[in-house]
Ligand binder design. Structure first.
Ligand code: NOJ
Length: 501
């Protein structure tokens, strides 16, 4: 199973947010041993790879996206030995491992910042008008009057990628994890490392210069110079056997700009956030799908699809209910390319909207009232007894007992079993995974897609039931189907087209 260099092209990658996934030692925070213990669950789910959000040494000012030591595991998550054991066992289970790399900024507790090595960061005598993505100015003043740049929290100083020592350090960090056997990297803020020369003012101070996952053109994002970094990294990835890959988290203004990160001399993939931002409507989905496929084609790489992650409200809540979320998922999993799942979406978890303010930990909440904590609530494993957690770092809603993995295990209609069936079929059906798609005629509120050979996907985003327009056997549906052969509202079906018809 491992050994195909192009594995990532149609892979289903499951994002593990380590502190919320599974806790092996009862301290209320998930850890690497917890992930290892859940490998049978992940293998049964049928994912091809896991992507681990940061587990490195970190004071956790931004959930671990503030790294103090890029070559070690935070004691909260375990040890390097635990990491090695996790990689070995994950590979043994036929699943690959992608780790998160955070090159735009370190933690302010990083030894370089602590030692006052200012040329490795961006210090100036006077700040410009740039704003932090988390709110407020992007500059903080130190005792001697200078200011340093932090596009995120003050505890996350931006690194100076003009400095060759910074570049050399990250080449070495890549090798450190590749040597430990990782199959790829998810590059955090991949569009941010190079800033426009002279750090020009944006000229707008409305408190929302740039949004997380937004596509605003600002002098601190998507500068051409960033591509030289990826051209340095690619030969390193290619020098290791087995298809080591990198996927960019890049918020840019258009699919054309996104495509520039991808190619044989840069990164393998980039997240396609447009699909995550699309409304639950046939037209909105179709526009994004067509654009994404067109751009991906120009660079010869398959696109990626994602509906949820640790930065956005879960798609059950965003799209307006579980039925729609399941329908959107079956659409996503039928599209050509690779799909990224976020832990807990296979249980149909909604966003938690009523966390008490004093428990919220997202730095964005403290600075401007936005909170990503509601999608980071720990995963309910069991239907009783704390749901598999002792004093979890965020409280799990009591109603989630019915959504626990245990409660869904044997229920054939559960969301967990829908995901399992879809992933199994993705592996077995020759039409799914890579390839192309054909649009079939359909009413305005309906998407009808054919994947060769003979798999027809019908998504009804309207308010009335519709007839699928083709005859065939139902392979899978996101919700119950009536006997008259129609597809109800908020439902997706996968049909095997009859040979005549
Ligand atoms: C993107 C990550 O997904 C997010 O969680 C983090 O806050 C920022 N990058 C800063 O590292």
């Amino acid at each position: 199973m491992l050994g195909n260099d192009d594995w990532w092209r149609d892979a289903v990658v499951y994002q593990v947010y380590p502190r919320s996934f599974a806790d092996s030692d009862g301290d209320g925070v998930g850890d690497l041993e917890g992930v290892r213990g859940r490998l049978p669950y992940l293998a049964r789910l049928g994912v091809d790879a896991i992507w681990l959000s940061p587990f490195y040494t970190s004071p956790m000012a931004d959930g671990g996206y503030d790294v103090a030591d890029y070559r070690d595991v935070d004691p909260m998550f375990g040890s390097l030995g635990d990491f090695d054991a996790l990689v070995a066992d994950t590979h043994e289970a036929g699943i690959r491992v992608i780790v998160d790399l955070v090159p735009n900024h370190s933690s302010d507790r990083h030894p370089w910042f602590q030692a006052g090595l200012r040329d490795r960061y961006i210090f100036r005598d006077r700040p410009n008008d740039w704003e932090s993505i988390f709110g407020g100015p992007a500059w903080t003043q130190v005792e001697d009057g200078q200011w340093y740049l932090h596009l995120f929290a003050p505890e996350q100083p931006d690194l100076n990628w003009e400095n060759p020592e910074v570049r050399a350090e990250f080449r070495d960090i890549l090798r450190f994890w590749l040597d430990r056997g990782v199959d790829g990297f998810r590059i955090d803020v991949a569009h941010g490392m190079v800033k426009a020369a002279g750090l020009p003012d944006v000229g707008a101070k409305d408190g929302r210069q740039a949004e997380m996952l937004g596509g605003e053109q600002v002098p601190y994002f998507d500068q051409d110079g960033v591509h030289a970094i990826y051209r340095e990294w690619r030969p390193i990835l290619d020098s290791y056997p087995g298809g080591r890959m990198a996927v960019a988290e890049a918020w840019v203004s258009s699919p054309e700009r996104l495509a520039r990160y991808i190619g044989p001399d840069e990164l393998h993939q980039a997240f396609n956030f447009d699909f995550m931002l699309a409304d639950f409507h046939a037209k909105s989905f179709r526009t994004v799908i067509e654009k994404s496929l067109k751009e991906a084609e120009t660079v010869g790489a398959p696109t990626t699809w994602v509906l949820s992650n640790h930065d956005r409200p879960r798609h059950v809540t965003r799209h307006g209910g579980l039925a729609r979320a399941r329908a959107a998922t079956l659409l996503m999993l039928a599209l050509p390319g690779s799909a990224y799942l976020y832990n807990g979406e296979e249980l149909g978890l909604p966003e938690v909207l009523d966390l008490p303010d004093d428990l919220r930990q997202d730095p964005a909440f403290l600075r401007r009232g936005d909170s990503r904590d509601g999608c980071r609530v720990p995963i309910p494993w069991t239907g009783s007894g704390g749901m598999g957690w002792t004093d979890p770092w965020l409280p799990i809603p009591a109603s989630w007992a019915a959504l626990s993995a245990q409660a869904q295990e044997d229920d054939p209609g559960s969301t967990l079993n829908l995901y399992r069936a879809a992933l199994r079929m993705r592996k077995e059906h020759p039409a799914l995974g890579g390839g192309t798609l054909t649009w079939l005629d359909s009413p305005e509120d309906v998407l009808a897609i054919e994947r060769d050979p003979g798999l027809v996907v019908v998504v009804n985003t309207g308010e009335e039931p519709v007839l699928p327009g083709v005859t065939g056997e139902v392979l899978l549906s996101s919700g119950p189907l009536p006997r008259d052969g129609s597809v109800p509202p908020d439902t997706t079906v996968w049909l095997q087209r009859s040979t005549v018809g």
